[in-house]
Design a protein around this ligand. Structure first.
Ligand SMILES: Nc1ncnc2c1ncn2[C@@H]1O[C@H](COP(=O)(O)OP(=O)(O)OP(=O)(O)O)[C@@H](O)[C@H]1O
Ligand SMILES: [Mg+2]
Length: 390
């Protein structure tokens, strides 16, 4: 048992060194190895000595000890080099203010537009003794625009968006992730920006892992303090698709909870239109059918599938109608029965496809299609035996 534990720990150490080395976090590698030297000095003296020797040997390229190696020029989107900011943990997006607005429900649009107005009129608020919203948490299923909206919001406010990758924070040096997090947050506080703690549930998810409990508690504490103390000049955002995993104490510290939902039919339609781009001219007349086929899906799924469809169109061997048919067929596979029937009925009404073909595409029997199309209106009339209008 003990050997096993030891093995796992040694393996974990090895993995950590590899991770840091591949990320070219030279200084972190050195610090970590120095810790390993101390850790293994008693149990594995030879190994410790060897590692110590490597540490002391001046390596030709990264000779200056205690200095962070120059960042490779390729990492253009990383922040300017700043030893204190733990750059690898923060990603920065600088988008122009005319960045296209995400598709948002009317409710969502209202909430976000107030958020923006608050920022644009801080003086007016201040004159009445009010602060703008300092923090908000975005909640919703995957692919509905939480991260995208954070980017758009920052662009609207004319500041960069800094995204803190919490998964990276947690896999950073054990015992130091609290420090790393603090350094990254300090950096975001010092520079005008919107900070997004993306996938904030990542911390909670890791809780089951016994060995990390102390460390994770520390992280949650750091975040709670930061949310409490976040200056009104900055905007702190968080996003999650697992609200149930978030510590209630952390949860209630956010000024605002913003719900992102799967798109309703009109939004699905708008999304298809947007994602079809110039191909909308060709396929606009199929929009109702496509909308039905995508009912209940996230924006990102719609985008992905429409992109695939457009590639097929671009390669263009088949006729448009055949492409749509094939495409619809592939979508139908994931639909429930009633949506499939709706789709079949729509195809029957809006296209010249034979009932046979429609049945083939949708898997709905011809009888059912007939029942819902040709016979329904008369039946509806007959059965609604209206009492004569008085
Ligand atoms: N509301 C939207 N309007 C337009 N496009 C969207 C919208 N939501 C998602 N998309 C498309 O889907 C992609 C993924 O969206 P995004 O990363 O914002 O999802 P998310 O809600 O953050 O999901 P996750 O919870 O998985 O992080 C976007 O880059 C965009 O192309
Ligand atoms: Mg996201």
């Amino acid at each position: 048992m003990e050997i096993l534990d030891k093995m796992n720990e040694a393996q974990a150490d090895l993995a950590q060194v590899i991770r840091l080395a591949l990320a070219e976090q030279t200084e972190d590698v050195r610090l970590f190895v120095a810790r390993l030297v101390r850790k293994y000095r008693n149990t594995e003296p030879e190994l410790a000595e060897q590692m110590d020797l490597y540490l002391r040997t001046k390596m030709p390229r990264t000779s200056a000890p205690m200095r962070k190696a120059a960042q490779p020029a390729a990492l253009e989107h990383a922040l300017p080099v700043d030893d204190e900011s733990r750059l690898s943990l923060l990603k920065v997006y600088k988008d122009a203010p005319d960045r296209e607005q995400p598709l948002l429900s009317a409710d969502l649009e209202d909430v976000l537009s107030q958020l923006i107005q608050e920022r644009r009129q801080t003086e007016r608020l201040a004159s009445m003794g009010l602060n703008p919203t300092r923090s908000a948490i975005f909640v919703g299923p995957p692919g509905v625009g939480k991260t995208l909206t954070a980017r758009w919001l920052a662009a609207q406010l004319g500041v960069p968006l800094c995204v803190l990758d919490l998964t990276a924070v947690m896999s950073s040096l054990l015992g130091r992730s609290g420090n790393n997090l603090r350094a990254a947050l300090d950096f975001a506080k010092r520079n005008p920006c919107v900070l997004l703690l993306d996938e904030i549930d990542a911390i909670a998810k890791r809780r089951s892992d016994e060995s990390d409990v102390g460390e994770l508690k520390r992280l949650v504490t750091v975040i709670m303090q930061e949310v409490d103390e976040w200056p009104a000049t900055g905007l702190l955002l968080a996003a999650t698709n697992h609200p149930e995993l978030i510590d209630p104490a952390l949860w209630r510290r956010f000024d605002l909870v913003i719900d992102f939902k799967l798109p309703e039919m009109p939004a699905v339609k708008a999304a298809i239109k947007r994602f079809l781009g110039q191909d909308y001219a060709l396929f606009g007349r199929w929009i109702d059918i496509l909308s039905l086929a995508f009912n209940g899906e996230s924006f990102s799924t719609i985008e992905r599938d429409i992109q695939r469809f457009r590639r097929a169109v671009a390669l263009g061997t088949a006729a448009d109608a055949d492409l749509i048919e094939d495409f619809t067929k592939s979508r139908v596979l994931v639909l429930d029965r009633q949506p499939r029937i709706d789709l079949a009925v729509m195809l029957a009404k809006q296209t010249r496809l034979s009932q046979h073909t429609i049945s083939d595409i949708t898997g709905v029997s011809r009888d059912t299609i007939r029942k819902y199309t040709s016979e329904q209106p008369p039946v509806a009339k007959k059965t609604s035996k209206r009492k004569s209008d008085a």
